[in-house]
Ligand binder design. Structure first.
Ligand code: CO
Ligand code: CO
Length: 309
């Protein structure tokens, strides 16, 4: 049902009228020092693509590359972090594969299922839809600041907890609602993933700058160009679809540093009708104890265009 063509989060294969299989994999190099937390973040990130489709993860396979010199204790901690998140997601680790590699890498291949009529894709957002985002923005910028020595293990606590958080509740809050489109925000930043959703849906959208939830100090670091190297390429790509409007060049560039910040294990970007927005927010809050943020709106306009207002 879904393959390479669309920019969707996972492949979907219809098994019968009741069941579609959702397949995805994701892995990366360490983003934090603690091996247990690295494993948990990598697993939460890989599981996100299944949640973003409105599907339920069932099984996961470990993908592991590690230098033998690091010893089995470190590897065991990485896999324990991953296994804990898979269990929290309601799924099972059922195997995997490991190789010796100078640069550590870890992630999961995840299998899940969804009713074929309830798949939530990138395409499907409608004119007037409310856009919610379920986590805070700025994991890429803060990781850069940490590497540069501006942040400590203690000041990074909130963002590490955020990256370890599953998008399970964000997806469970879909139940009974007509969610038009959803995706997890990862390597292309909030603006990039919103663009893909809007382009697939044939519509434009607006982000309410003041509403966008940022981790502390993210704006400051963006203004100081303390950003991950990757974000500059994303900004260059995004200039074509994020409208500068009346913003000065400096203000536009500083905001783009935030909007194009690549996220590790980001939250879900969710589009649904304004009549259902309060219901979604209430369900999400019931499950997590906090509110999702209304970050913008889908609107008629050139497909994929993002306005900042
Ligand atoms: Co994704
Ligand atoms: Co992905």
């Amino acid at each position: 049902m879904l393959g390479f063509e669309t920019s969707d989060d996972a492949a979907v294969y219809k098994i019968d009228d009741q069941t579609a299989a959702v397949l995805t994999l994701d892995f990366f190099t360490p983003v934090v020092d603690d091996p247990y937390e690295f494993g948990a973040i990598a697993a939460a990130n890989a599981l996100s693509d299944v949640f973003a489709m409105g599907a339920k993860p069932l099984t996961a396979l470990n993908i592991l590359a590690f230098p033998c010199s690091l010893g089995t204790e470190v590897v065991a901690e990485v896999m324990r972090g991953g296994a804990d998140k898979v269990r929290e997601a309601g799924a099972f680790v059922v195997g995997g594969h490991s190789i010796d590699d100078d640069e550590p890498k870890y992630g999961l291949s995840v299998f899940g299922t969804v009713h074929p009529d309830h798949i939530v894709r990138n395409a499907g957002a409608r004119d007037g839809d409310v856009l919610f985002y379920t986590k805070k923005i700025g994991t890429g910028i803060l990781a850069s600041a940490f590497r540069a020595g501006f942040e400590t293990d203690e000041t990074m606590r909130e963002v590490i907890e955020g990256m370890m958080e599953l998008n399970k509740a964000a997806a469970e809050a879909f139940a009974g609602l007509d969610v038009h489109a959803a995706t997890d925000v990862t390597g292309f930043g909030l603006a990039g993933h919103l663009h893909e959703m809007l382009e697939a849906s044939g519509l434009a959208g607006a982000l309410d700058w003041e509403a966008i939830p940022l981790y502390d100090r993210v704006w400051k670091y963006s203004c100081e160009y303390c950003r991950p190297g990757r974000s500059f390429g994303i900004i260059n790509w995004a200039r074509d679809f994020v409208r500068q409007g009346t913003l000065s060049d400096e203000e536009y560039d500083n905001r783009m540093g935030v909007l194009c910040d690549p996220q590790t294990s980001g939250g879900l970007l969710v589009a649904l009708a304004p009549e259902q927005a309060d219901d979604y927010a209430a369900r999400f809050e019931h499950l997590t104890g906090r509110k999702p943020t209304r970050v913008g709106q889908v609107m008629d306009g050139p497909a994929g265009m993002v306005f900042i207002r």
